[in-house]
Design a binder for this molecule. Structure first.
Ligand code: NAI
Ligand code: SAJ
Length: 530
């Protein structure tokens, strides 16, 4: 299906990209003439030679935090990748040899090198990429609707674009996390129906991206075995062949695409449930007067204990999303998965309730000098406002009137500039609902106006005075925060990650009822599991 070059194939100066950006498929096709891989009769060695020889054009749809690293690695392997992204700024930056993704070791150089040597280029029209490629890698966002059902509209749009250019012998590898059954029951039929091709003419496989931001290149090329599962055996074989060239680790073909999809979703749901358990242990620890992280670290010294770390909630577009790919898609009673979501979603409110208790304790200690009020006074049991019994039985209309609070860090986890589903939104809203005046500081985020708080820089914050500081996301950058300049205050360090040794601040965390007067967390507290 030929297409005339469109405006999307122009570079940032507007001249046709072909004049400035790298050209498309390399010259001198392999003598076997292989340029597509979904063909059970082909010689695998010929196919491998064609793949690494640049004769099998690859398209990657989505050049975001994960897509750009994936496209760059595939460009190193195949020498022939066109990335498609609907964000023109992304396309422009990639074609300029720049990575718009921050905090990924090695990615800046890899993008520059691959664009420079012509093995990677970007276009803004996915149909242009679909027309050129015979391997199609889909790694665009999969989201949730307001009703917490899977929103695959972006994947559908990419699939429809691929359908305009797919040819017999092509293969589609889905890396976006999707509800189990999506490749077999939604994507493959949709491709056949919209392209007019026979279902058996092309391959579809689910090849989950089990990669974390901040270590993407390492995870893609070596950290873990690559799972692949096709809608048929030939799709699995082709995925095995391609990813066998991408990773130095093993490739594990599983029975089918649905198994591969379930593998990914189960891994994420396991993590959400495990974090919910850690969050509940934190509540027990507050009541027991122990440090939960010390107990968890000690428990995890046995090989079958892998308790994760408590925190102020679970954010990002992965872990809080994947459980709903089970809950909303399958008529299966699953109370553990459901209640774990409620527990984790209740943590921002629980953190604010803990702050109320701490401030009460501090007031009692500082005024009557009597026994500190029970710092674990956060309510117990379930109430209509607190269906999961997350201990947030306090009214949200009280307890913080006139209290000045600084929130440090709002992204969903340290080092990643991603706000989707971040617990800081609910936590800041709960503080404001309680009557607090909130300042917010996050050096990774350029625009903090989406929060019910006043944005401040680290320097402005350190020069102010607060009744409390809530450390939500412990970015590396906060090691430069001038705690000595800040008036001594109460610090609720939600991940127990802030080092206040030698300061006069009174540090608390979730899961440790006692204040540390600058003593820092007890020895042996684990780093948050990564
Ligand atoms: N972020 C992570 O840690 C991981 C994410 N994943 C999966 O990968 C998916 C993508 O994740 P990220 O790269 O972090 O998302 P992202 O939000 O950083 O990037 C998504 C990119 O897709 C582009 N896009 C949106 N609609 C498009 C379309 N119709 N055609 C082409 N491009 C389009 C956007 O402009 C953006 O550049 C996630 O939804 C998840 O399922 C898997 C493993 C790790
Ligand atoms: C099973 C698994 O470990 N999945 C990883 C996860 O990475 P992600 O970037 O979402 O970060 P994460 O470390 O899971 O954190 C998610 C959220 O959970 C919180 N969190 C995490 C670990 C913990 O012990 N306690 C805790 O409260 C974090 O603060 C964050 O708000 O999801 C990624 C994904 O699937 O997108 C996946 O590739 C990563 O390997």
């Amino acid at each position: 299906m030929e297409r005339t070059p469109d405006s999307s194939t122009t570079d940032s100066t507007g001249s046709p990209a072909s004049e400035t950006a790298p050209t498309t498929p390399s010259e001198g096709r392999d003598e076997a003439g292989v340029d597509r891989l979904y063909d059970a009769s082909a010689d695998t060695a010929d196919q491998r030679r064609a793949l690494v020889g640049g004769d099998v054009p690859v398209a990657v749809y989505g050049l975001g935090k994960m897509g750009l690293p994936v496209a760059s690695v595939l460009a190193s392997v195949t020498g022939n990748v066109v990335g498609a992204d609907v964000d023109p700024d992304v396309v422009e930056s990639v074609n300029a040899g720049e990575s718009h993704v921050r905090g990924e070791p090695g990615l800046d150089g890899l993008v520059a090198d691959r664009v420079d040597d012509g093995s990677l280029r970007a276009v803004s029209d996915p149909e242009v990429a679909a027309d050129e490629a015979s391997i199609h890698v889909v790694i665009v966002p999969t989201l949730l609707t307001e009703e917490n059902e899977g929103d695959l509209s972006i994947v559908d749009a990419v699939v429809d674009a691929i359908a305009t250019g797919i040819d017999p012998g092509d293969a589609v590898f889905v890396e976006s996390t999707v509800p189990p059954g999506t490749c077999a029951d939604r994507i493959a039929p949709r491709l056949a129906e919209r392209s007019g091709l026979d279902r058996a003419a092309f391959g579809v496989a689910f090849c989950p991206e089990r990669t974390a931001s901040g270590r993407a290149l390492r995870d893609i090329t070596e950290s873990y075995p690559k799972i692949v599962g096709g809608v048929d055996a030939e799709s699995t074989r082709v995925a095995d062949l391609v990813y066998g060239e991408v990773t130095d680790n093993d490739v594990i073909p599983v029975r089918d695409a649905t198994t591969a999809e379930a593998t990914k979703v189960f891994g994420g749901v396991y993590r959400d449930v495990n974090i919910a358990l850690a969050n509940e242990f934190a509540r027990y620890a507050d009541s027991m007067g122990i440090d939960v992280r010390e107990a968890i670290a000690a428990s995890n010294t046995q090989p079958y204990s892998h308790v994760l770390s408590p925190g102020p909630g679970v954010g990002g577009h992965c872990i809080p999303v994947y459980p709903h790919f089970l809950l909303s898609e399958f008529a299966v009673e699953s109370p553990l998965v459901r209640i774990s979501r409620l527990v984790n979603d209740g943590m921002p409110t629980h953190a604010v309730d803990r702050l109320r208790s701490i401030l009460r304790t501090e007031a009692d200690v500082s005024t009557v000098n009597g026994p500190a009020a029970d710092a674990s006074a956060a309510g117990e049991g379930t109430t209509d406002r607190d269906p999961a019994g997350t201990g947030s039985s306090e009214s949200s209309a009280s307890g913080l009137d006139g209290v000045r609070v600084l929130v440090l860090g709002v992204t969903y986890r340290p080092g990643v500039n991603e706000l989707r589903n971040s617990p800081s939104y609910e936590l800041i809203e709960e503080l404001s609902r309680g009557g607090a005046t909130v300042d917010v500081c996050d050096p990774l985020v350029g625009d903090l106006t989406g929060f019910a708080a006043t944005p401040v820089s680290m320097a402005e914050a350190a020069g102010s005075a607060y009744d409390a500081v809530v450390a939500v996301t412990p970015h590396e950058e906060f090691s430069a925060f001038d705690w000595d300049a800040l008036e001594p205050t109460v610090v609720l360090d939600c991940h127990d990650a802030v080092d206040l040794d030698g300061t006069d601040h009174r540090e608390y965390t979730l899961g440790r009822a006692i204040a540390l007067d600058g003593e820092g967390p007890p020895a042996g507290s684990p780093d948050m599991d990564r």
